[in-house]
Design a protein around this ligand. Sequence first.
Ligand SMILES: *[C@@H]1O[C@H](CO)[C@@H](O)[C@H](O)[C@H]1NC(C)=O
Ligand SMILES: *[C@@H]1O[C@H](CO)[C@@H](O)[C@H](O)[C@H]1NC(C)=O
Length: 389
Amino acid sequence: MQEAFFAGAAFAAGAAAQAAGGAWAQCGGQNWVSPTTCVSGYTCVFVNQWYSQCQPGAAGPTTTLATSTRPASSSTAAPSPSTAPGKFKWFGTNQAGGEFGEKTYPGVWGTHFIFPDNQAIQTLIGQGYNTFRVGFAMERLAQNGITGSFDAGYLRNFSASINFITNAGAYAVLDPHNYGRYFGDIITNTNDFKTFWTNLAKQFVNNPRVIFDTNNEYHTMSQDLVLQLNQAAIDGIRAAGATSQYIWVEGNSWTGAWTWNTTNTNLVALTDPQNKMIYQMHQYLDADGSGTSPNCVSAQIGLQRVVGATQWLRANGKLGVLGEFAGGPNNVCKEAVKGLLDHLKANSDVWQGALWWAGGPWWGDYMFSFEPPSGTGYTNYNSILRAYI
Ligand SMILES: *[C@@H]1O[C@H](CO)[C@@H](O)[C@H](O)[C@H]1NC(C)=O
Ligand SMILES: *[C@@H]1O[C@H](CO)[C@@H](O)[C@H](O)[C@H]1NC(C)=O
């Protein structure tokens, strides 16, 4: 999520091979075998060459679109998606607050920034969520330069949040919510960035439930620099001796899933000696994809915006996670979110999970707030999301 937006808010298979596909199931696409028909009340709709989906409508005889169900070509090496919906490894929420007050560094705890509310996180864990992405500002941690020592108070409070989450058995994602920038300037020194990550990873070297997220939403910067910064972070983390943890890398263009296949294809070259690297993408469903409107483009937009990324991941043998998504409190968005999550789950061989944007104690009446008990997102979407745990 773009900082400019919420900074203000802070203050205010196994299935039988030939069975018909259920609601929102995949029913066609290159390499797809079955099902190719839909249950009554749903029609197999061609989305693109890779994907057809059972969408509501045309009650009665089930339908198949010939163009969407070409038999697998033996020349195509990519693996087929699983026919049974799988299980997400990571499913939870973002936790915003530690990065708030971006104009005021270091700022004052409780005035400019705040860390997550443990009780709220415990409530979400009780609902079954198992992953929380905790935002922080590099400028508050490394106050005297990117390679400098960390501020003891900020590190202590941030670590307390992280340790609370992992002690409760969940995963905690360390999210420098910095957009590839430090005090507003694009980070260009990859060695310095590597040192920052070595310093941070050392703090969590013995905690396998920690996940390192290299940086939130690189944007409007050199594509090669995004590649080099991600690789430097990976190298720095592994050099710290943190070898058991997953690393989530992010792309340029706010790491959008909808533009991944045209923007971030160079990131295929990233390497992790531990082979625990996950491509983290974000996706909002409003017209400009920024997540600033409560209105979604259509009930199908969730699926449509990520299907290209699904294909990219599979074609390249990579794994992904949707690190931010959300929808406004209305029926079109609810259907779009369900379509999105159905698609991710049906393709859980490449999509390892998804995180709602966002929980956090300072959201007030923000349309996406997932803070229990009364956040707008929580009251509208908790029962929907829980179906995917
Ligand atoms: C850390 O949290 C405590 C409250 O638990 C607060 O008093 C203190 O100001 C915080 N310090 C920083 C640097 O966040
Ligand atoms: C690229 O991704 C978009 C968005 O998911 C999708 O509509 C488009 O078909 C994809 N293009 C290719 C060539 O896969």
